[in-house]
Design a binder for this molecule. Structure first.
Ligand code: ACO
Length: 371
């Protein structure tokens, strides 16, 4: 008698490859990028330095950082063809569809798209990293009937991103909190969107195809879409005093509470304390204590009822709301950050590629014949 192979739904617990990019340790509740705890990077480094680290394996020295920053700053503008395509998309399109389409157009316009050498892919990665803020900012502004703001090469990544979105550089507190969120979202081993990018790369398709596919995977509310969904929940609840009652009703309807739970971390997401601290600075900056109260009330109620801890999307959603982004722009912000991790994984996959092609167990009708 043959034994049936074990099926691991959702590949839960399956180890499919090595990675040297990040280490998630649920036991110690830690996340390392290239060996460095992400909390330390968020406290001491800029997002540009972290992007460089993810791609190159080491933090840049002053000279390397200056060269990298100059390169990134010189590539922030969008080609007119990309702007025209964005202009053609209706405002009913979700911003994730706009980002996905824009990246696809950038790929189609790049005559070097097929150059999959490490240098070629690094060049494309820096280009996407530099242009994604322009795509997200442009889409946010056109939804408000505002014109594109051109990038400012005098500004760092996050200050420029926010200036392109809101027309001016906000306070240092705001820029710093936003930069921290970008660092925390940048990389998280074999999550669904990164794995998607690696699957596409494993067929030897180009970097742009892999990133477009990853954006598709990130859109779902079980993954990146949760940061938006958190704010829909906050809006539904309204105020802290209604959190418990709302949660009981939602759980009775068997709803998943967005921003809570994680496939890997079962005792809390390692990134939450750092992002919550950044959110707290924004709550003070924008004098929005009621948002902090609602955050705490829903978290407390969730711990009492289900003991399921918040994930990074729980503090980042309210942070992006306070900074001034429309709710549907939150997942595109995640894209702007995670493109660094995705592209690092694309290059790592190619360095020792094997086609990713799992098996399945057939449970359809038994063999039958026409007649
Ligand atoms: N709300 C209510 N119940 C939950 C939640 C939640 N957010 N998360 C898990 N559970 C419950 C499940 O209902 C299940 O209960 P059961 O055993 O009684 O059926 C149990 O906890 C295990 O949950 P699974 O969904 O099987 O765990 P899995 O590892 O597959 O899911 C996931 C992880 C998808 C993140 C899940 O926790 C979830 O749907 N959370 C909400 C969406 C979310 O916040 N996603 C963001 C992920 S992190 C990121 O992208 C930065």
């Amino acid at each position: 008698m043959t034994t049936e192979p074990e099926i691991r739904k959702g590949l839960a617990g399956v180890v499919v490859d090595y990675t040297a990019i990040s280490k998630v340790n649920p036991e110690t509740n830690s996340l390392l990028y290239r060996g460095y705890p992400v909390q330390e990077l968020a406290a001491s480094c800029s997002f540009e330095e972290v992007a460089y680290l993810l791609w190159n394996g080491e933090l840049p020295n002053a000279e390397q950082l200056a060269a990298f920053a100059a390169d990134e700053r010189s590539q922030r503008s969008l080609d007119d063809a990309v702007k025209r395509v964005i202009d053609e998309l209706p405002l009913t399109a979700h911003p994730m569809d706009v980002v996905r389409t824009a990246v696809s157009v950038i790929g189609a316009l790049d005559p070097t798209w097929a150059d999959a050498s490490p240098e070629g892919n690094l060049t494309k990665s820096v280009s996407l990293f530099a242009k994604l803020p322009a795509i997200v900012a442009y889409d946010q502004r056109r939804r408000r009937g505002l014109d594109l703001v051109e990038p400012d090469a005098e500004l760092g990544y996050s200050a420029n991103f926010l200036a392109m979105t809101f027309g001016e550089v906000p306070s240092k507190v705001v820029v710093d909190a936003f930069d921290v969120s970008m660092i925390l979202y940048a990389e998280h081993s074999f999550n669904a969107s990164t794995f998607t990018a690696r699957v596409v790369t494993s067929t030897l398709a180009d970097l742009y195809s892999a990133v477009v596919a990853a954006i598709g995977a990130l859109k779902g509310p079980l993954h990146g879409g949760a940061n938006e969904a958190v704010m829909h929940i906050f809006d539904e609840i309204g105020s802290a005093d209604r959190a418990e009652e709302w949660l009981d009703a939602a759980l009775a309807e068997k709803r998943k509470i967005m921003g809570f739970g994680h496939r890997v971390y079962k005792n809390g997401d390692s990134r939450v304390p750092t992002m919550k601290a950044a959110l707290d600075t924004l709550i003070v900056e924008y004098d929005a204590p009621e948002l902090g109260e609602l955050y705490t009330a829903l978290d407390d109620a969730m711990q009492n009822r289900k003991a399921i801890k918040p994930n990074l999307d729980y503090p980042s959603g309210p942070a992006y709301r306070l900074i001034g982004f429309d709710t549907e722009m939150f997942t595109p912000l995640f894209v702007a950050s995670r493109v660094t991790g995705w592209t690092a994984h694309i290059m790592e996959q190619l360095a020792s590629n094997a086609l990713i092609r799992p098996l399945s167990l057939y449970n359809g009708v038994p063999e039958r014949h026409l007649e």
